[in-house]
Write a protein that binds this ligand. Structure first.
Ligand SMILES: Nc1nc2c(ncn2[C@@H]2O[C@H](COP(=O)(O)OP(=O)(O)OP(=O)(O)O)[C@@H](O)[C@H]2O)c(=O)[nH]1
Ligand SMILES: [Mg+2]
Length: 478
């Protein structure tokens, strides 16, 4: 297994970690990673988590609020002034006033939440409050797909990209690019025109696959779709290439230049992101949009599972390869959260948790993550439906009631984005193997809903967000 970080990277992480720890004694801080593939629900999760802490949401499973010990929750100055602030107020405005979901995230942002609380073990004579800072970062889900590239050579990346492009779900979008890489001789002398043509064609395929719906989970390199400050840079101008059957590419050939750019992409783009933000996290929530993957069918579920296991390997490697045990920075808890559970009636929540658990367990086992406490929960950061029952052919069906977004479809019905509708999305089977067996997915169809009516400065409705909070930082608030 190739190492993901060089010695200097490790030293940098270790040094940062030491100084972080020293600061932590006076200013206890928890770095929470909110991770997930594109559109998994990260931005909505962070927004709702903060809104519910700021405005005393209904959080019965979150110990510190249940026990009345949380005395204040505030947004404060963030620690890193080089990073944009998470646009909390803008997201709230969008949800409350525009009645729409926040835009897809285009860059990195951060926010610090300061909680003050009374410790559980309090003597009458010594009433005291303690504080905890929670630092949260938000970033485009696409960038996460880059982490596994750190362990892959240009040839492996190329072979995997081409194999994926030839799979049934991708082929229709990848045709032009697959044609382009056959029509150019990669051993020709490098020239920017050919390199750009190939790179643009590859990017067009990635974009088309992404636009085809949210079904394709694994399309690296992530910055090709969301450059975040690297727009047009040579490190973002290359393409995978077919197997040329030679061990060394000739100097200054198209192949060689592209290989160098791929390596530069790893060193200049992926590594700093991994080192500065991912390798220093204390806790991690991985949001998984299983329902969307189920909508995409068997191939899409397996692709998501594969993407998750590749990403999880990076978290293991991030811990294992650090410079010494003394300063090892450990992620000690990972929560796997199946998001958007409000698409389903509660009778199906348990099954979603079970299926997501199975999808992720295989990924965790493959990634050989040991010694980390993990849990799985099915949640809705912002509950957008109510529940009811509907009669069909004398049968009573558990339905969810909400306003499907404009353009969403079930059979021949196309929704207008205005009409509240009761929907029976189908019953989830009890296990992943059943779900993957013949015919199951045809019986299920989930639609996206608009957010519910919300008011400013009031807590947001959710499902089990409090359980996620308790697992992620409840023990820091005892
Ligand atoms: N019904 C429902 N939909 C949700 C919920 N959370 C997210 N969504 C839907 O999922 C979409 C994506 O949510 P985001 O929070 O923007 O996802 P993200 O992971 O930040 O996406 P990127 O920034 O593109 O990586 C939203 O636009 C909603 O349609 C939820 O709790 N309930
Ligand atoms: Mg986002």
């Amino acid at each position: 297994m190739p190492s993901l970080t060089s010695l200097t990277d490790k030293a940098a992480i270790a040094f940062d970690t030491l100084s972080d720890r020293a600061r932590s004694v006076f200013n206890p801080t928890l770095r929470l990673g909110v991770t997930g593939l594109s559109r998994a629900g990260k931005t909505v999760f962070i927004t709702s988590l903060i809104e519910n802490l700021l405005h005393a949401g209904r959080l019965p499973v979150f110990g510190v609020t249940r026990e009345g010990r949380l005395t204040s929750a505030k947004l404060t100055e963030q620690p890193d002034s080089k990073i944009a602030r998470f646009e909390f107020e803008k997201h709230i405005d969008c949800l409350v006033n525009d009645k729409n979901w926040p835009q897809s995230t285009r860059s990195l942002s951060q926010l610090r939440l300061k909680l003050q609380f009374v410790p559980r073990l309090q003597t009458f004579s010594s009433f005291r409050q303690t504080k905890l800072n929670i630092d949260i970062i938000d970033y485009p889900g696409e960038w996460l797909l880059d982490l596994p590239l750190l362990g892959k050579s240009y040839r492996t990346f190329s072979a995997q990209s081409i194999a994926r492009a030839n799979s049934p779900a991708h082929k229709q979008h990848a045709k032009a690019w697959l044609g382009a890489i056959q029509s150019i001789n990669f051993l020709n002398e490098a020239n920017e025109k050919d390199i750009e043509t190939l790179s643009d064609s590859f990017k067009a395929y990635l974009q088309a696959a992404k636009n085809s719906g949210n079904m394709i989970s694994a399309l690296p390199p992530g910055r090709f779709l969301i450059p975040g400050g690297f727009e047009g840079a040579p490190v973002l101008t290359f393409s995978p290439l077919p197997d040329l059957g030679i061990a060394e590419f000739p100097e200054n050939s198209i192949a060689k230049v592209m290989e160098q750019r791929y390596e530069a992409y790893k060193n200049l783009v992926i590594k700093p992101f991994f080192r500065d933000y991912i390798a220093r996290l204390d806790r991690q929530v991985i949001l998984v949009d299983s329902l969307n993957a189920i909508n995409g069918g068997r191939e899409s579920i397996l692709e998501m599972q594969n993407a998750l296991s590749e990403i999880l390997v990076c978290f293991r490697a991030g811990r294992k390869h650090l410079i010494s045990n003394l300063v090892q920075h450990k992620i000690d808890r990972i929560l796997i959260a199946a998001t958007k559970v409000d698409y389903l009636h509660h009778v199906n929540h348990q099954n979603l948790e079970q299926i997501t658990g199975e999808i992720v367990d295989a990924a965790l086992a493959q990634a050989k993550i040991n010694g980390v406490l993990t849990d799985t929960v099915a949640l809705a950061s912002l509950r957008s439906t109510k529940e009811g029952t509907s009669e069909k052919n004398g049968e009573s069906l558990p339905v969810v009631i909400g306003t499907p977004m404009k353009g969403e479809k079930i059979g021949d019905t196309v929704f207008d984005g205005k009409t509240e509708t009761a929907i029976f999305p189908g019953d989830l089977p009890r296990s992943l193997s059943e779900l993957l067996s013949e015919g199951w997915q045809d019986r299920l169809q989930f639609v996206r809903f608009l957010p519910p009516e919300l008011r400013a400065n009031e807590p947001f409705p959710h499902i089990r967000l409090d359980r996620a909070m308790e697992f992620l930082f409840g023990d820091y608030l005892l």
